[in-house]
Design a binder for this molecule. Structure first.
Ligand code: 4NP
Length: 187
């Protein structure tokens, strides 16, 4: 058995997850991108902000062929709309492109289509768990990755009007998320 193949088989035996079979044995790159779905209530403020901010971080890390981001809302109240102008403005202030966004509701096939479903607050998590069950390795709140921030949810600027606060928190949490994914997928 050659070394790389042996190492992969041994790692699969210790941790038998199907995604290990998506690696190209020579280059250790996934052939399918890792897919992240950010989820909030309306899918016009927080989750689109996370989607485009994370995409920018992925681009800066030259991982745009490996990691894909999208977002959705639990309510469907804004289906077909663009993002909130406060979210577009804050992304623009940080020179982050936010084109081609269309709000949509979470759908049942999202569970199969995405590797991570990431909630902005406890209510989003509860609604997602009602649909998909309790799977903390795949479905969790983004603030769980940043306990040092001392906050257990991403505040909703639809209510707070403070898009800057939401951006700063998501900025820290998306850094932590990128580190986690790089580590978990050996990128
Ligand atoms: P989001 O914020 O969940 O961060 O997109 C909201 C947007 C719209 C509403 C609530 C929250 N709404 O009640 O329409």
């Amino acid at each position: 058995m050659n070394t790389i193949y042996g190492e992969l088989v041994s790692s699969f035996n210790k941790n038998p997850r199907h995604e290990d079979f998506f690696y190209d044995f020579g280059e250790r790159k996934r052939m399918q991108p890792i897919k992240i779905l950010f989820v909030c209530l309306g899918n016009i403020c927080r989750s689109p902000m996370a989607e485009y901010l994370m995409r920018e971080k992925i681009k800066q890390a030259h991982l745009q062929d490996n990691i894909f981001t999208a977002s959705a809302g639990t309510s469907g109240w804004h289906d077909g709309e663009g993002m909130h102008c406060g979210t577009a403005d804050i992304l623009d202030q940080h020179k982050i492109a936010s084109n081609d966004f269309v709000s949509r509701k979470v759908r049942s096939k999202d569970w199969a289509d995405f590797d991570y479903l990431i909630a902005m607050d406890n209510e989003n998590l509860r609604d997602l768990e009602k649909l998909f069950g309790h799977h903390p390795e795949k479905l969790f709140q983004i603030t769980a990755l940043c306990p040092d921030l001392g906050i257990d949810h991403i505040p909703d600027p639809w209510f707070t009007k403070n898009f800057n606060q939401t951006y700063e928190l998501l900025d820290a949490c998306c850094d932590a998320l990128l580190d986690k994914i790089k580590q978990e997928h050996r990128l």
